[in-house]
Design a protein around this ligand. Structure first.
Ligand code: KG4
Ligand code: ZN
Length: 359
């Protein structure tokens, strides 16, 4: 039987997205960002986000259908992010999806946003289960062994900030524009990482948990000391601070990934594979650190293209397709969930990122 055509909706944070996916083929993927609406507030304002989602979701769906060259009748099922995330936005998506599913008489599939990210390497690279995933962005940071569309083991994650958040704060402290990640990476290129010693938090502690908030404090102190001593920062200081900070994040991620890989490889997977996703996956230094770790351990390294690493609806449609194949459809009682851990047996996270706790 031909793969079903799935319309996916995503509205759990600050991107309103709709996409149409058939099997592993992305027929269209529309992402409407809201950063300009939140720029003046220094973070995502939930009420503004929810209103913008409610206004833009139908436009995103229309555009996704048009780009795919399909009418609503040609869609076989509606998949929607039902959590975790900012509840107002998630609700907008779930209500839109319920309306479409009932008007068209098609199945409704509630998808966990984190499962969407975690299944992306199957969409982009056809990875087989089980594989190890590091989800690392401004809102997420966790290691998952992905065993099935609804079967995840969380090996560890950040106990405070997400790395993307730390990159953004670093940029802010150094007077660089937002989003900070690409700016810090560019500045770090001309810098000397060894000039300033940054901490590598939690490396001395067993397991895969990470912490990034101490880096920010170290950076603040260093900046204030340099400003007091020299009356300001020279461009070379900014470059060296960025290089030192980025090297510290890379070292923590590489070391903890090594530990997560050891736990994963102990299960003797037939085709060992590691995938990174999230905005921070764009960072060349982090990416190449992880890629060479995988080379050394004989594990396939995968990093989906950036538009599919960051929030999008193609991942939700794809995950919805896997759930539909497994008979996991929802009904009109589908609820929007602000929290929805992928691994229900793992301890809850203490915190995770500027966009609110996600797991
Ligand atoms: O996945 P994403 O678009 O959104 C969520 O946070 O959910 O990730 C955005 C984050 C931002 O914090 C941004 O600074 C970071 O990813 N980022 C990077 C780079 N590009 C984006 N961090 C480090 N290096 C980069 N090149
Ligand atoms: Zn996300």
């Amino acid at each position: 039987m031909a793969d079903p055509t799935i319309l996916g909706l995503e509205s759990s944070c600050d991107d309103t997205a709709a996409a149409i996916v058939r099997g592993r083929e992305i027929l269209s993927s529309v992402v409407m960002g809201q950063s300009e609406l939140h720029a003046a507030f220094g973070g995502v304002v939930p009420e503004i986000a929810a209103r913008a989602h409610a206004e833009k979701l139908d436009l995103a769906v229309e555009q996704a259908l048009e780009e795919a060259g399909l009418g609503t009748r040609e869609v076989d099922a509606i998949a929607v992010t039902a959590g975790p995330g900012l509840i107002g936005g998630v609700l907008s998506g779930v209500m839109m999806a319920k309306g479409l599913a009932s008007a068209l008489g098609k199945p409704l599939i509630g998808v966990n946003h984190l499962a969407g990210h975690a299944l992306t390497p199957r969409l982009t690279d056809g990875l087989c289960y089980p594989y190890l995933m590091l989800l690392v962005s401004g809102g997420h940071c966790q290691f998952l062994i992905v065993r099935g569309a609804e079967d995840f083991s969380r090996l560890g994650g950040t106990i405070d900030d997400a790395p993307g958040e730390a990159f953004d704060k670093t940029a802010r402290l150094l007077g660089l524009p937002q989003p900070g990640g690409p700016q810090v990476e560019a500045a770090a290129r001309g810098g000397e990482a060894a000039r300033f010693a940054f901490p590598r938090p939690l490396l001395d502690r067993e397991g895969c948990d990470m912490s990034f908030s101490g880096l920010k404090t170290a950076l603040l102190r260093l900046r204030d000391r340099l400003v007091a001593e020299q009356g300001g920062l020279h461009p070379a200081d900014v470059a060296d601070i960025c290089a030192g900070f980025q090297a510290a994040v890379r070292d923590v991620l590489v070391e903890k990934t090594g530990r997560a890989l050891a736990a994963y490889l102990a299960e003797r997977p037939e085709q060992p594979a590691f995938a990174i996703a999230g905005g921070v996956a764009a960072n060349g230094a982090i990416r190449s650190g992880l890629e060479s770790l995988c080379d050394r351990t004989g594990v396939r390294f995968t990093a989906p293209p950036l538009p599919l690493c960051t929030d999008n609806a193609a991942m939700i449609a794809y995950a919805g397709g896997e759930l539909l194949g497994a008979g996991q459809v929802s009904d009109m009682t589908l609820a929007a969930r602000p929290r929805w851990p992928l691994d229900r047996s793992a301890a809850p996270m203490l915190g995770s990122g500027r966009k609110g706790a996600k797991a």
